[in-house]
Design a protein around this ligand. Structure first.
Ligand SMILES: [Zn+2]
Length: 381
């Protein structure tokens, strides 16, 4: 095979925030364009679909993993078991539930445990990510970059944790470059996220981890250079990682008010935010009143939800959403009982929340991470 004309390579590295790169070079000879890019409120389950569709969660419908949908819940089968003693139902549901869900959300790397959500309440909830979002048709009702590649008949390949580890993705892409002549590649690398959750306070560890990605991406770039006349490389992230500076027992604070779950209300404690649905006016008034008195966070009003692009008029993601202050984690939460050393999912204005964009060529202004969609679209157009 002769030398090919042009290839575009898009590398999405989960949690590689601007704070980790702003004082550090990253392939300076190759990635000359670099900038800080604001993220979208929420976790990767909401941010990555925003990158892949160029729209906000209130448009594409993917936000936090769990949302209220008793009728359509994939956990409906657990409803008759809700009357069983807690230990029994948890043991049984956990085994089957983990199997059911882990294939879909394994990129949480074991951090987002299904068993964090009490099994007896699972049947009230649905999950927004049911398909492989890195394939065409992966986002509910909104066209993603992969749908667009299909329509445009772009010869591309997408790689993610669904098939490979990060190290294997680099290997597989290099092999593919050596044997094919594609127009573009999309790589989603998820493993830095769990490293940063655990070690974000350990600078040497973080540096070693980032250096590994730098080395692998350089090798990938060189492999592409050997085969293509023109290589466009884009490295970007979905969000950053904020160091944990404190924790707050929000659940304890709400529990003492004495209302019953699920009779009076339902709640999901997502480590940076608590989401409530109410079935009694007393519970709504009392819990909302208590939340307003707390200074560890604040209730997001409709205006703020709209500005952040996460306003859902049917309140499926929460009737009242309480967002913690950057660095302060809800602990215990339904994401775990031990606060990790770093977390994301705080307000996008928080400095440590910002995502990064590094590229071989000038990308102009990028308002937030939804702009990565346009960059990818323009690159192959
Ligand atoms: Zn994470």
């Amino acid at each position: 095979m002769g030398r090919r004309k042009r290839v575009s390579i898009f590398v999405l590295i989960d949690a590689l925030g601007w704070e980790f790169l702003k004082d550090r070079e990253f392939l300076p000879g190759i990635l000359k364009y670099r900038r800080r890019v604001p993220t979208i409120l929420g976790f990767s389950s909401g941010v990555i679909p925003s990158i892949l569709t160029g729209t906000k969660p209130q448009v594409h419908g993917h936000w936090n993993l769990f949302y209220l949908n008793p009728e359509g819940s994939p956990f409906k089968w657990t409803r008759p078991m809700a009357v069983l003693p807690k230990g029994v139902i948890n043991a049984r549901v956990i085994r089957k539930g983990i199997h059911l869900i882990s294939r879909k959300v394994s990129r949480y790397g074991g951090y987002f445990h299904i068993y964090g959500v009490p099994s007896e309440f699972l049947h009230f909830f649905d999950i927004c990510e049911k398909r492989d979002i890195y394939s065409p048709g992966g986002i509910n009702g909104t066209r993603s970059i992969f749908d667009l590649f299909m329509e445009m008949e772009v010869d591309y390949r997408s790689f993610s944790y669904h098939q490979y580890s990060d190290a294997d993705i680099f290997k597989a892409v290099k092999e593919d470059i050596a044997t094919h002549a594609r127009r573009c590649y999309f790589l989603y690398l998820c493993e830095l996220d769990s490293v940063l959750h655990r070690h974000c306070a350990d600078e040497a560890f973080v540096e070693r981890s980032i250096a590994w990605y730098e080395k692998e991406i350089e090798a990938l770039f060189e492999a592409a250079r050997a085969r293509y006349g023109d290589v466009e490389l884009y490295v970007f992230s979905d969000h950053g990682m904020t160091r944990t500076t404190g924790t707050y027992d929000l659940k304890g604070e709400i529990d003492v008010l004495g209302f019953a779950v699920p009779k009076d209300y339902l709640v999901l404690y997502d480590s940076t935010m608590a989401r409530f649905w109410f079935f009694s006016d007393d519970a709504r008034e009392s819990i909302t009143g208590r939340l307003k008195e707390l200074d560890c966070g604040h209730i997001l009003d409709d205006g703020e939800l709209k500005d952040l692009g996460v306003y859902f008029p049917d309140r499926r993601f929460g009737e009242v959403i309480f967002l913690m202050k950057p660095g302060c984690l809800i602990n215990p939460s339904h994401m775990g009982n031990k606060a990790p050393s770093g977390m994301h999912g705080f307000h996008p204005d928080d400095d440590a929340s910002h995502a990064s964009l590094l590229a071989t060529n000038d990308c102009g202004e990028v308002e937030d991470v939804t702009g990565f969609f346009t960059l990818m679209q323009n690159a192959v157009d």
